[in-house]
Design a protein around this ligand. Structure first.
Ligand SMILES: *Cc1c(COP(=O)(O)O)cnc(C)c1O
Length: 404
């Protein structure tokens, strides 16, 4: 019997009841805009900012309209100017180079190591060309942060972290987003908390958060930010920074707070699913798993492996056979951007680069989401299907079970 999987790789869990109730209360109040507050109250957005700051141990926190907006605001707030080069990972998703382009700067792409993290040797070679690194913890893989911060500090390069895939992750005891000057998170539907769209940034730097707050569209209401600094921090920012209107509203704040309370539990549930799929792939002949460092508490909300040999026909055939059995894989080797998956050579606005490590990796890299709507049994079934189809690839059999 050929097993098939019929779950949806894009179906998220429902918004928790408490969040639905809180959202209803916001709607009943009519006060949706973050600065439309009852006397003496900071509203849902202010409460979320306070709670998130406490969760990651940051002094300051600002909620914004999207993860992409958070990164743009962070780049501008640390002083990136039009025309400047900004270092970033070649292996990441489009909103990351997009945020750099949005501030008029140019992405300078850094090669990728075999474990999917930024190639620190290539980074070291390029540090002299930029003042800022927008570091993307793509698909939750975190590089050696001690070495990275050592290199960047020595070269006076400011680090902004894109934690879209590492919200809730911890590296050697430090929450992801707390190594660089600013940590940026996304609360878009496919990330670790879901408000449809949304973003959060954190920092310990009062000047940076003051500039970010004005940029986010605070008018002159920055004193209504309970996780922001006092009025003295805004003395320059309020004159220097344009209002770019990227605020979060109370409806999203209300939806997110109960999710934050469940975040650690949900992260553990993702990683349990990851481990089940991973266990089925272990030892498969033509798939290489990505090793995870023991001190990395990662969030397994997606899983990656590399086909070896990375022959385009073999990979396309494998992806097709898995798809026919209901297991949707994204391949980073495709020539054209597909859905959420694009690769660095699709970003024609970036500085041209030669990135052999990334090329080698992406040609065989497969990627799969693991939504919490999948049970552990679902993940075991997915794992069995992947394993069987990998073994068919090894055996050189190209049969399409759905057609049988
Ligand atoms: C989703 C994502 C972001 C932020 O995206 P938004 O959709 O703007 O919230 C940033 N970086 C990566 C790697 C992402 O996948």
């Amino acid at each position: 019997m050929i097993e098939m999987f019929d779950g949806s790789f894009t179906q998220q869990t429902p918004i928790p009841d408490a969040a639905q109730q809180a959202a209803l209360a916001v709607m009943q109040s009519g006060r949706l805009h973050r600065y439309n507050l009852a006397p003496g109250d900071f509203g849902e957005v202010g409460a979320l900012e306070r709670e998130f700051a406490a969760y990651v141990g940051a002094r300051y926190c600002l909620a914004v309209a999207s993860g992409g907006q958070g990164m743009q605001i962070a780049l501008r707030a640390v002083g990136v100017a039009p025309g400047e080069m900004v270092l970033t990972n070649a292996f990441t998703l489009a909103p990351v180079p997009g945020a750099i382009a949005a501030v008029g700067a140019r992405p300078l792409l850094v090669d990728t190591a075999d474990d999917l993290t930024i190639d620190l040797d290539d980074l070291q070679a390029k540090l002299g060309h930029a003042r800022v690194l927008l570091l993307s913890h793509m698909r939750g893989h975190v590089c050696d942060m001690d070495r990275l911060m050592g290199l960047c500090n020595a070269a006076d390069v400011t680090v902004i972290e894109d934690c879209a895939h590492t919200m809730g992750a911890v590296w050697r005891g430090v929450p992801s987003g707390r190594h660089g000057i600013v940590g940026c998170y996304s609360t878009q539907t496919y990330k670790h908390m879901n408000s449809g769209e949304g973003g959060i940034i954190v920092t310990d730097d009062a000047d940076v958060i003051a500039r970010a707050t004005v940029l986010s569209g605070s008018y002159m209401l920055h004193q209504r930010h309970p996780a922001g600094p006092g009025p003295e921090a805004f003395e320059d920012a309020m004159w220097d920074m344009p209002n770019m209107s990227a605020r979060m509203d109370h409806l999203r704040g209300a939806i997110l707070r109960p999710q934050l309370a469940q975040l650690d539990e949900r992260c553990a549930a993702w990683t349990a699913r990851y481990r089940v799929v991973e266990s089925h792939l272990q030892g498969a002949q033509c798939a290489r798993l990505i090793p995870r460092a023991p001190h990395e508490r990662f969030v397994g909300s997606s899983i990656q492996f590399v086909m070896d040999p990375a022959d385009p026909d073999l990979v396309t055939d494998f992806v097709g056979r898995c798809g026919a059995r209901g297991v949707e894989l994204k391949w980073f080797g495709a020539d054209r951007p597909v859905a959420f998956t694009s690769r660095y050579d699709h970003w024609h606005f970036a500085a041209p680069s030669v990135l052999p490590g990334t090329d080698r990796l992406l040609s065989g890299l497969l990627d799969m989401r693991l939504p919490l709507t999948f049970s552990l049994d679902d993940c075991a079934l997915i794992g069995r299907i992947l394993r069987e189809e990998l073994e068919r690839t090894t055996a050189g059999q190209k049969v399409t079970p759905a057609a049988e």
